[in-house]
Design a protein around this ligand. Structure first.
Ligand SMILES: C[S@@+](CC[C@H](N)C(=O)[O-])C[C@H]1O[C@@H](n2cnc3c(N)ncnc32)[C@H](O)[C@@H]1O
Length: 307
């Protein structure tokens, strides 16, 4: 994993082995991917969903892939090179989809998919600080051109704001204790690495054998969401109906966090002239979860544009 994957052709792990697309069959069914239709993948990642959509929309269907992570985008571009100009790429956030489609001169598309959250490539890259299994600098930016890192949030935010982040984005019961210990620790020494943060969290949270996940999991998730303003961007994108869809076109969103799912659910209900295709969110089957644990918290919702 890591930089080797996009710098040494011939030695790298293929993208399809790095990240498995979640609920792929369900997404393809909801989008009803058809020959020669056009699509957008707003969170291209390593191109798993995109590759399947391009295959199913052959021979002339096109796909615009957007990702804010240049490294993921470059890998996906290589993976999808065989589709030639049927695959187009843009670096940026998915709320800019209208602007990108205008640039390409694609008026309306038949569908769009969002698969929110982090990719396995990001989580496993020891340089990026998303995971706590390796020791690395506290970065967590999906887009390395953005300015604020996790380290800066930990250095600068008042205790109350840190607490709110851990409570809201991490659903962490011990948010106050963790925030307090972070502030006390940083007065002595700034927190610089994932390991240091992990140690502070372990000291703040009472150890219990019953815990299924490492106590730092929720804190890392919360910081990642804050650093990347994930919920703000989702709200911005869903603040108006997806009018770049053709009549009959479908928007499908896979979320991994209850706050994300709630935003998607209420936004879909507010769209006029759209039909909700998933009264309840679809969940991955037991078989998928056993092969791909990242899928376990996935919820998939979709809407279709009406006349
Ligand atoms: C879970 S991965 C997508 C995996 C992809 N569906 C696949 O099958 O390979 C999520 C990707 O979305 C990107 N991302 C997250 N939020 C984004 C946003 N607001 N705009 C654009 N890309 C975003 C991340 O950088 C990451 O590469």
């Amino acid at each position: 994993m890591g930089p080797k994957n996009d710098t040494e052709p011939g030695t790298e792990t293929p993208p399809e082995a790095l990240h498995r697309p979640v609920m792929l069959g369900e997404v393809l069914d909801l989008l009803q991917v058809g020959a020669d239709h056009d699509y957008v993948d707003g969170t291209l990642g390593l191109g798993g969903h995109a590759a399947a959509i391009l295959e199913k929309s052959a021979p002339e269907g096109r796909l615009l892939g957007i990702d804010r992570d240049q490294r993921a985008l470059s890998l996906a571009e290589r993976r999808l090179a065989g589709f030639g100009s049927r695959a187009q790429f843009r670096h940026g956030t998915y709320d800019r989809v209208g602007e990108f489609l205008n640039e390409l001169g694609w008026a309306e598309v038949h569908g769009m998919v969002l698969d929110l959250g982090v990719s396995s490539l990001q989580l496993d890259d020891p340089e990026r600080g998303f995971g706590f299994l390796q020791d690395s600098a506290l970065d967590m930016r999906m887009d390395l051109e953005e300015e604020v890192t996790a380290r800066e949030l930990l250095d600068d935010l008042p205790e109350k704001e840190l607490e709110a982040i851990f409570r809201e984005y991490g659903e962490e019961r011990f948010a106050r204790r963790i925030a307090r210990l972070i502030v006390r620790s940083r007065e002595e020494n700034p927190i610089r690495t994932t390991r240091e943060l992990c140690q502070i969290v372990s000291r703040a949270v009472p150890f219990s054998k019953a815990q299924k996940i490492h106590p730092a999991t929720r804190v890392f998730q919360a910081l990642r969401i804050a650093v990347n303003r994930e919920l703000d961007l989702l709200r911005k994108f869903l603040s108006k109906p997806p009018d770049f869809l053709k009549v009959g076109g479908v928007l499908a969103v896979i979320s991994f966090h209850s706050l994300e799912d709630r935003i998607v659910k209420w936004a879909f209900r507010s769209f006029e002239n759209f039909q909700i295709l998933t009264k309840k969110p679809l969940r991955p089957g037991a078989e998928e979860v056993s092969i791909n644990p990242r899928a376990r918290s996935a919820k998939l919702r979709a809407v279709r544009r009406l006349e």
